[in-house]
Design a protein around this ligand. Structure first.
Ligand code: NOJ
Ligand code: CA
Length: 558
């Protein structure tokens, strides 16, 4: 395929969070691969182009699978490798591409590589695969440096050596069960080439790369004190003050080191060994966008999540600005922009875009939180925001359940919470469980049809029947039907390959543009605005008359 027309440049990619999607195996309340396979026709019907599966690999599940103990096998919770093959074959038959999640920054502490490192002496080859260091202070009793874990607390844990004495420390940017690999070790690089080939041989269309800005650390592992005004969190639980900012002279020594790019150039070559257009998508919390664009230079990855867009409030001038900056930044390296509003790390946008109190990302929401919006109001905003996003040129990501209009779950009982953030901050931060609650399929079934029985690994709210897919299917004006219509129109008008042209004859609170013959108008202000003449193809809410109400987006053929 000619460069410039690859599928991923315009694709809408649906994120499946396997444990919360559909439970078909053994009614254990945890979604699995057979459950996903069974439900694929619903995604075909929705109209997406690809699915990305969060990790389903062997794992002790300390961070919901982002702690991998075998990269080339399926955790029995989710099924077997042959269940994966069946899933992938079915997805391909339906014309859906398949992206899997690669977690290269760290393994599980139960991975055989880490277990071998623990059992091997200081200075051994096995220890060299990870970031073991002697402690500082008398007796090495203090951590080697002052780095903090993204999930709270120190980023170092001390080990007990095989002879029973306190010994070296190992680095974990995330939970202590997720030791960081040492990517300066050529052996580590070899292992990951093999892992990529293992899944490419099985036919996957690409990889979402976890923590793609974190693999390389600054030589010498210097101390780092984040700016004092920090405290807000990026979606993966990454403090914003630790996000790389080109204008910040003190770049965190564990994010976005220039040396990381060599790894992705190498992986680009591995993907090139395979036919078809395969894709690497960076999960990199890097700002500004022109710096993020380095991850998607022509010989590196194909896509990077646009978290600057995700973090933009429902504000017309902020939206115009981030859209412009995104398109320019990615175009400068020949990459498409991507767009995303929700994922498994952030407060769902049906709640987030209408919060009235400050809520740093990664902190999550719970019963003690303030500023929780009325559900209907939050959903109205979310539908308007989605209506805008799905008209933008480039590729868009949709997180399971947003097509049902699901809000963040606020009232999770403390004892059900599972995010390591909750434990590492002693409940001070709720973490991300509220966006991970199993999704509703059939209103009248136990667990809303999520499981074959009534189990659900996080409790589902008692009042979720109205969001169930069967309650929304073929119901005009439902959130599900709005998504389907938007995806169909996006495809019919080739908006993914559209050219955005701003329309300036509206008030400052309105975002308005034309792309491939479609006029998109989003009213992010508080008062109705007059609409130009034209046939309404899509409205994020039904309305009467010729004025566009607040928090509504329309697509017009004008
Ligand atoms: C980002 C993932 O999206 C998040 O869920 C995970 O906790 C961290 N990376 C660590 O792997
Ligand atoms: Ca199951």
């Amino acid at each position: 395929m000619a460069t410039g027309s690859e599928w991923w440049r315009s694709a809408v990619i649906y994120q499946i969070y396997p444990r919360s999607f559909s439970d078909a195996l053994n009614d254990d309340g945890i979604g699995d691969l057979p459950g996903i396979t069974e439900r694929l026709p619903a995604l075909k019907d929705l109209g997406v182009d690809a699915v990305w599966l969060s990790p389903f690999f062997s794992s002790p599940q300390k961070d919901a699978g982002y702690d991998v103990s075998d990269y080339c096998d399926v955790d029995p919770l989710f099924g077997t490798l042959s269940d994966f093959d069946v899933f992938e074959k079915r997805a391909h038959e339906l014309g859906l591409r398949v992206i899997v999640d690669l977690v290269p920054n760290h393994t599980s502490d139960q991975h055989r590589w880490f277990q071998a490192a623990l059992a091997s002496p200081v200075g051994s080859v096995e220890r060299g695969h990870y970031m073991f260091r002697d402690g500082s202070g008398p007796g090495g009793d203090l951590p080697p440096n002052n780095w903090e874990s993204v999930f709270g607390g120190p980023a170092w844990t001390r080990v007990i050596e095989p002879d029973g004495t306190p010994g070296q420390w190992y680095l974990h940017l995330f939970d202590s069960s997720q030791p960081d690999l040492d990517w300066t070790d050529p052996w580590v690089r070899d292992q990951f080439r093999d892992i990529l080939r293992f899944w490419l041989d099985r036919g996957v269309d690409g990889f979402r790369v976890d923590v793609a800005h974190g693999l390389m650390k600054a030589p010498g592992l210097p101390d780092y004190t984040p700016p004092a005004d920090g405290g807000s969190m990026g979606g993966a639980g990454v403090p914003l003050d630790l996000i790389v900012d080109e204008n910040d002279p003190v770049t965190a020594p564990y994010w976005a080191q220039d040396s990381v790019h060599e790894i992705y150039r190498d992986w680009h070559q591995v993907l090139e060994e395979y036919p078809g257009d395969r894709v690497l998508c960076a999960e990199a919390w890097v700002e500004p966008l022109r710096k993020l664009a380095r991850w998607v230079r022509p010989d590196e990855m194909q896509q990077a999540f646009n978290f600057s867009y995700l973090e933009t409030p429902w504000d017309a001038s902020a939206i115009r600005q981030v859209v412009d900056t995104s398109i320019d930044a990615f175009a400068s390296v020949g990459a498409p922009s991507t767009w995303v509003l929700s994922n498994h790390d952030v407060v769902r946008h049906a709640t987030r875009l209408a919060l009235t109190a400050d809520n740093p990302q990664g902190h999550g929401l719970g019963p003690r939180s303030e500023g929780i919006p009325d559900r209907a109001f939050g959903l109205r905003r979310a539908r308007a925001a989605t209506g805008l996003m799905l008209a933008l040129p480039g590729s868009a990501y949709v997180y399971q359940g947003e097509e049902l209009g699901l809000p963040e779950v606020i009232e999770l009982p403390d004892e059900s919470r599972q995010d390591p953030t909750w434990f590492r901050t002693a409940g001070e931060r709720y973490g991300r469980d509220g966006c991970r609650v199993p999704i509703p399929w059939e209103a009248a079934s136990p667990s809303y049809g999520f499981s074959t029985g009534a189990n659900s690994w996080l409790p589902q709210p008692a009042d979720w029947a109205e969001y169930a897919r069967d309650r929304q299917t073929d119901v005009p004006g439902s959130t599900l039907e709005m998504y389907k219509l938007a995806l169909r129109l996006r495809r019919d008008h080739d908006l993914g390959f559209g050219t955005l042209e701003w329309l300036h004859d509206f008030s400052a609170d309105v975002v308005a543009f034309r792309s491939n013959g479609i006029t998109v108008i989003a009213n992010a202000g508080a008062t109705p605005v007059a609409l130009p003449a034209g046939e309404v193809l899509l409205a994020s809410e039904a309305f009467e008359g010729s004025e566009l109400p607040a928090d509504v987006t329309v697509w017009l053929r004008a």
